[in-house]
Design a binder for this molecule. Sequence first.
Ligand SMILES: [Zn+2]
Length: 128
Amino acid sequence: MIIGPLGKEHAIGIFPIRNIQDELHAEQPEKYTRDAKTAYYMDPTEQKIVEAEAKDKDFEVKVIYHSHPDHDVYFSDEDRYLAAPWGEPNHPNLSWIVISVKQGKAAALSEFAWDAEKKDYVERKLEI
Ligand SMILES: [Zn+2]
């Protein structure tokens, strides 16, 4: 998660959140059919701690980023569901960065931001 001051356009830090997808997949493979190679699930406890600490200091989560190992950059149906589970975003000002990682190296990335008119996430190209 990338954190920055409330209402400002810049960020002040990156707070990695552990991916617990492999643990969920091991515990409940019928519910969590994919492992961490193709899916992620942010540790909700760590996520809540970072969000609470940010809020205490008048910061907010600006961006959530994740990688697509050995896949291209796109905003998947799963990404959409996490960002806007009921068709509306939980946090409309929060954007999502997806990084394509090929053979262990960042190959491309894009930012996806909520477009209230289109009622969907739209891609904004970023340069590495
Ligand atoms: Zn994704």
